[in-house]
Ligand binder design. Structure first.
Ligand code: AMP
Ligand code: MG
Length: 430
């Protein structure tokens, strides 16, 4: 039996995604070499987590800036050992407190991890591999005897061994992770040029919607899409303004959209794009902008809509909470990433063994919610359905950690079948 909500000729998910992404121009031309790009801003590295570089970063310094010790031990010149297996201890080099003399033949210096190699030394022996000979209480008469052989440059971290001055460290279009910020700081760089935040208006529509924290009148429900969608947007690094609970009326929707289109790169609505008598959003967009496509052969989220309103992109999410979250994740998030200048990335899909039967009618590509786990005995990935796949069952997204991706023409699946899963990426995680 074919899916009741599928229609012949419904646009395939991949085609819709491609059309949407093709229509989007990134905020910044990352190929341009100009240092004065529009939509670029310089920000301190403390604020740069998750932001996208709009200019490449070249190292102006060596990391490390000087030869230093990788161990706690003793620094000396390897050639000293040609004469004697014992070296006289003449001083110390601590991290941040270098030895400020020259180490001669037959001599060594106590050295700590990260401390600068003293002049005249080229090798470090670990303290565990020598015996300290304390001939007298007078410390000037201490020496070390070697228990192990060493090689030239043992345990020395060479200047520039991590990064050389002049190296290209990051190219434009790089989204900054915590470890990248650490690397940038290690270059002595305290601010970076990034693409400005994408500005997004999130508008929930529906006469039945009430804000959490208030009393419900008969027929009302608590509004939940705006916080879920705006939270995903924030995780993606966008700037968000929420317009809550716009009435199911053409004038009200037109007014808020006309206001939002002036200040935002993207307008995202939820609700009102289906075929009900109070679904006005699509009609409004047709009058104030242009619909690129309406409806995709996907489940959940068939009424997904994409268009433009003057210079703003428009995404119409279905109202059902699960449909809204799933379609924003699948189609809205890649659109935001393209606007930010990130290179296109394909979702990571893996094969998993299904632990239970699944119902699926041919006609629409299905993104069922599942929980994957790795079987420690077989090292294979298994996946189980979260149960009820209804698009209003908000618990299903919260208990899932992946989508079970079922092809458009696929029918029911049985336990033991191999299926494709897509693990939730960061914007769906806490
Ligand atoms: P619609 O797409 O407007 O027909 O809405 C479909 C279903 O989703 C209806 O049951 C709505 O009450 C519900 N819904 C719409 N918008 C929201 C929202 N922002 N928060 C929670 N539920 C919603
Ligand atoms: Mg509605």
């Amino acid at each position: 039996m074919i899916d009741c909500c599928s229609q012949p000729g419904l646009m395939a998910f991949d085609d819709g995604k491609q059309r949407l992404l093709n229509a989007i121009t990134p905020l910044i031309d990352l190929q341009s070499n100009s240092s004065n790009k529009p939509n670029q801003e310089a920000i301190p590295i403390e604020e740069a987590l998750g932001r996208v570089l709009s200019a490449s970063i070249y190292a102006q310094v060596n990391v490390p800036p000087m030869d230093n010790s990788a161990m706690d031990g003793y620094a000396f010149a390897q050639s000293s050992l040609d004469d004697s297996e014992e070296l006289k201890l003449i001083g110390q080099s601590f991290a941040g407190h270098p030895f400020d003399g020259v180490v001669g033949r037959g001599q060594c210096v106590r050295i700590m991890t990260g401390a600068m190699m003293p002049q005249g030394t080229d090798t470090v022996v670990m303290q565990e591999n020598v015996t300290l000979i304390d001939k007298d209480s007078d410390s000037s008469l201490k020496s070390i005897a070697f228990n192990h052989k060493t090689k030239y440059s043992d345990n020395v971290r060479e200047k520039g061994s991590a990064v050389k001055s002049g190296d290209l460290v990051f190219s434009t279009g790089k989204k900054l992770a915590p470890q990248d910020l650490g690397l940038i700081a290690s270059l002595g760089v305290s601010s970076v040029n990034v693409v400005r935040k994408v500005k997004v208006a999130v508008i929930s529509t529906g006469d039945e919607l009430q804000a959490a924290g208030t009393e419900l009148a008969p027929g009302q429900i608590y509004e939940s899409n705006s916080i879920a969608i705006s939270s995903m947007l924030k995780k993606l690094g966008a700037h968000v303004k929420v317009y809550k609970n716009v009435a199911d009326c053409k004038e009200a929707i037109t007014e808020v959209i006309n206001q939002a289109k002036q200040s935002f790169d993207m307008i995202i609505t939820s609700g009102g794009v289906s075929v009900g008598d109070a679904d006005y959003v699509k009609e409004v967009i047709e009058s104030v902008g242009k619909i690129e496509f309406w409806k995709l052969a996907i489940k959940p989220g068939k009424p997904f809509t994409f268009g433009t309103i003057d210079n703003a992109y428009f995404i119409g999410l279905p109202g059902n909470p699960v449909s809204a979250i799933v379609t924003f994740y699948l189609l809205g998030a890649p659109a935001i990433e393209k606007l930010q200048g990130l290179p296109a990335s394909e979702p990571t899909r893996l094969t998993a063994i299904l632990d239970n039967d699944l119902r699926k009618k041919p006609g629409r590509m299905d993104f069922q919610r599942g929980v994957y786990r790795v079987d420690v005995k077989t090292n294979r990935i298994h996946v189980a359905s979260v149960g009820n796949q209804g698009s209003g069952i908000v618990t299903s997204m919260s208990s899932a950690n992946c989508f079970i991706v079922l092809d458009r023409e696929q029918g029911n699946c049985s336990a033991g079948d191999e299926v494709i899963i897509e693990m939730f990426q960061s914007c769906l995680l806490g």
